[in-house]
Design a protein around this ligand. Sequence first.
Ligand code: ADP
Length: 488
Amino acid sequence: MAAAKEKPGVLFAAFEATPFLKTGGLGDVAGSLPRALKKKGFDVRVVLPKLAVIPEKYKKKMTYITHFYFPLGWRSAYCGIETYTYKGIIYYFIDNESYFKRDGIYGYFDDGERVAYFSKAICEIIPYLEDFNCRILHCHDWHTSLAPVFLRECYSGNELYDNIKTIFTVHNLKFQGQMSDFVLGDILGLENVPAAANQLRVDKDSINFMKGALVYSDIISTVSPSYAQEIQNPFYGEHMERIFQRRWDSLWGILNGIDTTFFNPEKDKAIEANYSKDKMKNKLKCKLALQEEMGFEVNETVPVIVMIGRLTQQKGLDLLTCVIDELADQTLQLVILGTGDKEYEDMLKGAEGRHPKNLRVLLKFDEKLSHRLYSGGDILLMPSLFEPCGLSQMIAMRYGTLPVVRETGGLRDSVKYYNEYTGEGTGFGFANYNAHEMLFALKDITSLFRSNPKVWRKLMKQAMSEDFSWDHAAGIYKEMYNTVLEEN
Ligand code: ADP
């Protein structure tokens, strides 16, 4: 263990990480990036909440380290630490049943308090982590955004903490944790710390957790270079654009990777038949099996379009609302897998009722089914209003399913748009957030699918040849870590 202490320690803090917890891209990233960073020479450990929904098989293997109490506003909060090593990474789970023994991950009336507790617990556990030279606290999204604030305001003067640099990564700027001003004193206990109160406040009645992280962290990063530019503008900045503008020289945009071992059509056990870019024949088997499973006509010439993701405004559901009937009137089959806002779920279910032959709407979260869609689809539709990075388009390309994306954020940085003159490309794009632009693009693309299988096959091969592994991104993270460690 002595060797571990010589490596710079990075404490990676998130509210979800695969294989323990996942609702979306954050879970994928926090589950796979630490392993890639470890290979770059950092002692990366991950801290997560011990939520009741973590599968029993992992909970059973966790071992108890210690427990203690710490102040959270007027409360004395229990904090247990448990640990489990998975694929070479040490995970710490923070145990507090009153905050974490719930039937889901998010969406509770007291999420503000749960998140504040978790953020402070992250700081509190640091002295208990054995053989760990903690040099960087790397926090992700609003659930951990108060940790950099607490670290500076409640623990400075202690050498252990003064040695730690903080990085905050924005995966989703939409959720910031806007709370009543009352929270500042009652939960955070920071009402008498003028700097914190000023930095957290957005107006006289409310505070914003994420604003704290954006101001207090030594470095801010987000998950694609394009998005790092976009959030400096009001359209994408979600009222934080002025901070991003001011801190542009501490703002990094690093495109996510995916876990290419987990998402691997050559080995994936969840799909009908395995295939690779050099042996594509079995992809057709996956398509025909998907058509059968969905109750569609089994016909290889009909393009199958899949959509996988949260059913929210961000994911372009308003565009779909406008043209769903026109789209379903085309010769194509459309499968939508996701959960989200009720208005969109209802709209889609209504449309499914009107188009039973070629529209299937599956309102659930189902990892294995998503793999059958990634492998069985011809096209993945991702018409996002904004997209910090997006993983679905990368997973789709890995499975030879060509993405059709709106040209924004990480979609712009990961998909090479088809060029009919050179034959280059790994997918398709449309520029404006406009329903008919999307519809006409899809008409052109499905017509290309039907009329030119040779070009289509070439594009599939090109998409499957792209390298979406974490290796490249981890190299840039390493540069960012070294930069923050060198700063005074
Ligand atoms: P987000 O904005 O939700 O993080 P991403 O595209 O970055 O979107 O990541 C979404 C991840 O969650 C992908 O791995 C995708 O396959 C998965 N996913 C989303 N919705 C579902 C669902 N309903 N069932 C299975 N997997 C899903």
